[in-house]
Design a protein around this ligand. Structure first.
Ligand SMILES: *[C@@H]1O[C@H](CO)[C@@H](O)[C@H](O)[C@H]1NC(C)=O
Ligand SMILES: *[C@@H]1O[C@H](CO)[C@@H](O)[C@H](O)[C@H]1NC(C)=O
Ligand SMILES: *[C@@H]1O[C@H](CO)[C@@H](O)[C@H](O)[C@H]1NC(C)=O
Length: 340
């Protein structure tokens, strides 16, 4: 009797063990299947695993842009757009007025300027503009560097424009009497007579502006200065446009820095105020004059920088403004983020 009872109990236990074992393996199998499915899902379904970087408003609001404008490159037109937009887009625009239009700052002013611009939070975000050679902020011990932008123009066009500007002024301040007012000599005659005002060395301005604050930058014809200017242009400038493609320059800025330049393209195209500051009574130089200027070493080096900047600008523009073949603009996102 006792034995029968024991056997019955034992078989019951066996059944329970079998059932438990069965469910355990089943659970393990299902769990395994679940993890596999979850993994597959993670690989195929992109949404919860991809992170699209957002522009952080806060960072944009700390931004300082320095536009170290070169004289006679269309800079007044561009700055005009910034002044028109600053109220609507909530940023400040400041002109850097340096004694006697000097392009190089003294060492003490370089230091003060760098400290002031980076720490003046009430003025941020801001665009500073002025006729100042490139200033490397890394040299000056500040914790955050500003963004540099600039425009560059064909060197001979710039020289001719400056030559007539000194004589005839422009439509921007038509009544201001300029330094050489009343001088009727044309640029061609000036070159013919080898006068100082059209000396090719006067073209040595864009290379030093991009080269910066070292002595070698200001030696007309210096190859070192050209190399330094090129390196600064690609390493330290956010964007350098060309005067001949001002509209594209503005559109690229609007696309890349909407915090400042939202609506700039539209404004530039449609504002009834002419943004084109034009030098009055400018005569195009003759072929003879052009050939003569182009023989000078300074023209060749300045032109090399211009061509370099133009190629780079076209490259940047193409990447930014042209869509992929399927008509979709370039995006980027983060994925495969570990550990979970
Ligand atoms: C810079 O300041 C001087 C002195 O106040 C002034 O005469 C000059 O017109 C200013 N320069 C510009 C470009 O406004
Ligand atoms: C920067 O300079 C301006 C003008 O001198 C001054 O008013 C301002 O307080 C300065 N800002 C800082 C943070 O030093
Ligand atoms: C220019 O446009 C503004 C508004 O967009 C308008 O108030 C002003 O009268 C216009 N000026 C001229 C000269 O058309």
């Amino acid at each position: 009797m006792l034995n029968v009872h024991k056997i019955w109990l034992f078989s019951c236990l066996c059944v329970v063990v079998v059932v438990v074992l069965y469910f355990q393996t089943e659970i393990a199998r299902l769990e395994d299947k679940f993890y596999k499915l979850e993994y597959k899902l993670a690989q195929t379904q992109s949404e919860p695993r991809q992170f699209f970087p957002k522009t952080v408003e806060k960072d944009d609001d700390d931004l300082v842009i320095i536009y170290n404008r070169v004289p006679k490159t269309g800079s007044t037109s561009f700055v005009g757009v910034a002044y028109d937009l600053c109220k609507k887009n909530h940023f400040k625009v400041l002109h850097i007025n340096i004694t006697a239009n000097m392009h190089v700052m003294s060492l003490s002013n370089q230091y003060k300027f760098a400290q002031n611009v980076t720490k003046w939070h009430e003025m941020k975000p801001a665009l500073y503009h002025g006729h100042l050679a490139f200033l490397n902020f890394e040299r000056l011990g500040v914790s955050s560097n500003p963004i540099f932008i600039n425009l560059i123009r064909k060197p001979l066009d710039r020289l001719v424009s400056y030559y007539y500007f000194l004589r005839n002024g422009d439509n921007f301040r038509p009544h201001l009497v300029r330094k050489k007012h009343g001088d009727k000599m044309t640029f061609d005659e000036c070159v013919e007579k080898e006068q100082a005002d059209c000396d090719p060395n006067n073209m040595w301005l864009q290379v030093p502006f991009f080269c910066g604050h070292s002595a070698q930058c200001w030696k007309p014809g210096s190859h070192w200065a050209l190399q330094q200017a090129k390196r600064n242009l690609v390493n330290h400038y956010f964007l350098v446009g060309v005067t001949e493609e001002m509209l594209d320059f503005i559109t690229v800025l609007e696309t890349a820095l909407p915090r400042f330049f939202k609506g700039a393209t539209d404004h530039y195209l449609n504002s009834n105020k002419s943004h084109l500051r034009q030098t009055s009574s400018k005569l195009e130089p003759s072929q003879v004059t052009i050939e003569r200027i182009q023989q000078s070493n300074v023209w060749k080096i300045e032109n090399e920088l211009y061509e370099f900047a133009l190629e780079h600008f076209k490259f940047v523009k193409k990447r930014l403004l042209s869509k992929e073949s399927n008509g979709v603009a370039q995006i980027y996102f983060y994925e495969k983020i570990r550990p979970k």
